[in-house]
Design a binder for this molecule. Structure first.
Ligand SMILES: [Zn+2]
Length: 385
């Protein structure tokens, strides 16, 4: 479906028309018809380096939120309305790609899709095991124990690296080796994809890496809290500068092959392949994206994944968390898409329930606290704030 965003002048007239509608449900219908808030999907071949959407696109989103809020909130407060529960479980049935191990030697593995994994830096850590919680109504259901990785969290290493030029090969290699030593020592990720596209296995897939901190995600069937235990970590050697992180072409190719292999091996659904910023949360101030790596600009399409930025962060949808304006600023496809989707769903569902947003958010926060208490009871050695 084609995206449609109104031009500046059009926005003003929509704003005036909507302001004259008193009933919130009618106002929502009008706005949804006037502003078709479809996420913009990036062209597969040219995602990186592009800067969009344009500022007026943000304004359109803010307009919907501002006009529907009662009383009118500041424009950044779209999230004051983001409280909802998925109406039905998300389908997880899409088949993962078929990839198999072709050869394994002491220090490398080779897979049928061309993936090569270097194992020189591999290290063991604590074995994986975690509780996942059914997403079935607002009350916590009976948790289920699992040892299988449920998903992938993509990171940027935020490490220093030289310019990607032939003359800088020496410094590039040294930076990569220093990074690998550090990541191995701290057991930070399961995989690091270096600037040359080489895939290094660090923490064994069966073990826990310290990559996600306080975090949450849901695939529509299960809620995952504390993704160190439940999700694999794939980190790209790169650095975010002025909100932008870039990958080399080699990193994109290798990242795609690695994602295919992990999805095939562990039967990971595409909806559980997300970025750190999408899952990160701060339990103290109830805001999402405490860690902001890949809050925007992650090349989902080029890695063979759907545009998962269109998914609403679980902490917002299920726990009533807020978000920070920074998430709307990068100018590249990013989390703002999922936040808009959450805003739409909240408005529909809150209206249907006849609850105020404030009441609903209080219920969702209580759900978060109940789940955390349950997690702490089941797994007391973890820090569950
Ligand atoms: Zn990260």
């Amino acid at each position: 479906m084609e995206s449609y965003w109104p031009e500046e002048g059009e926005l003003r007239s929509i704003e005036q028309q909507a302001a004259s509608i008193g009933d919130p449900v009618r106002k929502l219908r009008y706005l949804r018809a006037a502003i078709r808030l479809q996420p913009r999907l990036a062209p597969q071949s040219s995602l990186r380096g592009q800067r969009y959407p344009k500022p007026w696109a943000y304004r359109a989103a803010a307009l919907v939120a501002a006009l529907l809020a009662l009383p009118a909130p500041p424009s950044a407060d779209v999230d004051s309305m983001l409280v909802s529960v998925p109406a039905k479980p998300r389908p997880l049935a899409e088949p993962p790609p078929t990839v198999w191990l072709v050869e394994r030697a002491d220090d490398f593995e080779h897979y049928s899709n061309g993936l090569r994994i270097e194992n020189l830096f591999q290290v063991r850590a604590e074995p994986r095991g975690y509780w996942r919680f059914p997403l079935d109504g607002l009350e916590p259901g009976e948790p289920q124990w699992s040892r299988e990785p449920a998903g992938i969290v993509f990171h940027s290493t935020e490490s220093h690296a030289a310019e990607f030029e032939p003359e800088r090969t020496g410094p590039l290699r040294r930076a990569g080796l220093n990074l690998l030593a550090y990541v191995r020592q701290h057991r930070s990720y399961h995989f690091v994809v270096d600037r040359f596209g080489r895939v290094h296995r660090i923490v064994s897939e069966s073990d826990i890496a310290h990559h996600a901190g306080w975090s949450a995600w849901s695939d529509g069937n299960w809620i995952y809290l504390g993704l160190n235990q439940s999700f694999l970590a794939v980190a790209f050697e790169t650095r975010t500068e002025q909100g932008l992180a870039c990958l080399t072409d080699a990193q994109v190719r290798s990242g795609r092959m690695l994602t295919e292999m992990l999805r095939a091996r562990h039967r990971i659904p595409a909806v559980n392949c997300v970025t750190h910023a999408q899952v990160s949360l701060n339990p103290h101030n109830r805001r999402i994206a405490y860690h902001t790596d890949w809050a925007s600009g992650f090349p989902f399409a080029e890695l063979g994944l759907p545009n998962n930025y269109a998914l609403s962060p679980a902490a917002v949808l299920l726990f009533g968390f807020h978000y920070d304006e920074r998430l709307l600023e990068s100018g590249r496809p990013g989390m703002w898409q999922g936040l808009q989707a959450a805003a739409r769903r909240l408005l529909e569902e809150a209206s249907a329930q006849g609850w105020s947003v404030k009441q609903y958010r209080a219920v969702l926060l209580r759900r978060y606290q109940q789940l955390v208490a349950l997690a702490a009871e089941r797994d007391p050695k973890e820090a569950w704030p």
